[in-house]
Design a protein around this ligand. Structure first.
Ligand code: ASP
Length: 324
């Protein structure tokens, strides 16, 4: 045993559930989760309860509060941070932490797909792999990561690809950045080239909505956009395209003074800049004032815009080509 310690912050999710008559709900504390690691490692684990909620209930404010808690733990001397969290929105919380935090030590999110009372519960294995990752100082350079099924995924690329399988997570654009084997971290890729952290940060106060584009969609919804909405992220088709009948409405939103960020609904790849012409093409939309999300997924572009605007940043620097 050394003086080094890892902070275990518990947010809830399937990893912390117990069976109940009307379905599994998060009940286990950080202490109980830490107990599942007993004797597995020489490093001290200090548990701390943050929330005990299912991850669909996690809001940007929870993400902000979690970032503050992580900062406190780092300032308090933690050599690494493990966060247990529901898998449904884990990619969003991980990316929010990448926006909000400097990570001089590893910050690792993990969870479980199968509850503790189900055969093949994956919580203890994921937690042990997360602890191994958080104990490896070199992983700090990757920023916040997700560890599931012995794979380490970077915040910018990770997504929950399957709704039920235990191998639910993937990074379609790049693959995992490392593997965990026999309790050791085996790097595969270097850290992502772009820095996700925002130039300044603040609690979330702005409202950014997400519009998923489908064939035949027109401007019905965007023409009725409530005043409460500060900005919009559009998940366009392919390289960043929308039906002609929707393009007009989106451009009206921009002309009305509200930012519209253009991303792709594809699982990986960039928004094009200069390939297609015509109404609703990427050239038409970008030259009409929409801003490209680059290679960020719609979910992550929304958080980037939401936290960036909340911190008083302008939309163009938030999505500068060198950071997206
Ligand atoms: N519904 C759960 C949650 O995200 C699923 C999970 O944890 O895997 O909290």
């Amino acid at each position: 045993m050394t003086d080094r310690f890892i902070s275990l912050l518990a947010m809830g999710g399937t990893i912390s559930t117990a069976a109940a008559e009307d379905g599994a709900v998060p009940t286990r504390s950080a202490d109980e989760l830490a107990a599942t690691l007993a004797g597995q490692t020489g490093i001290r684990v200090l548990p701390r309860d943050i929330e005990r909620i299912s991850s669909p209930a996690v809001t940007p404010l929870h993400m902000w509060e979690l970032a503050c808690a992580v900062r406190e733990e780092i300032d308090g001397g933690a050599a690494g941070i493990v966060i247990t969290h529901g898998t449904d929105t884990m990619e969003e919380t991980t990316y929010a932490l990448a926006l909000l935090l400097e990570t001089p030590v590893p910050v690792v999110l993990t969870g479980a797909m199968r509850p503790p009372h189900a055969p093949g519960h994956d919580g203890p294995g994921n937690l042990a792999a997360a602890l191994a990752t958080a104990s490896e100082p070199g992983m700090a350079a990757y920023g916040p990561v997700v560890v599931q099924q012995d794979e380490v995924h970077a915040a910018r690329w990770v997504t929950k690809l399957f709704s039920t399988r235990i191998a639910a997570f993937a990074s379609p654009a790049a693959g995992p950045v490392a593997l965990v084997s026999e309790g050791r971290v085996v790097p595969l890729l270097g850290p992502p080239p772009a820095i996700d952290r925002l130039g300044s940060v603040a609690p979330p106060t702005r409202r950014v909505e997400l519009l998923w584009v489908a064939a035949g969609m027109d401007s019905l919804l965007v023409d009725a956009l409530p005043d409460a909405v500060d900005a919009l992220v559009v998940a366009g088709t392919g390289g960043g395209h929308v039906p002609p009948a929707l393009a007009r409405g989106l451009i009206d939103v921009v002309r009305g003074g509200r930012p519209v960020v253009l991303s792709s609904r594809c699982a990986a790849g960039e928004v094009l800049r200069s390939t297609y012409g015509g109404e609703g093409s990427e050239r038409h939309l970008l030259s009409s004032g929409l801003v490209s999300a680059g290679s960020l997924s719609p979910l992550k572009a929304r958080l980037r815009l939401l936290f960036g605007l909340s911190a008083g940043l302008e939309v163009d620097p938030i999505f500068a080509p060198e950071v997206v």
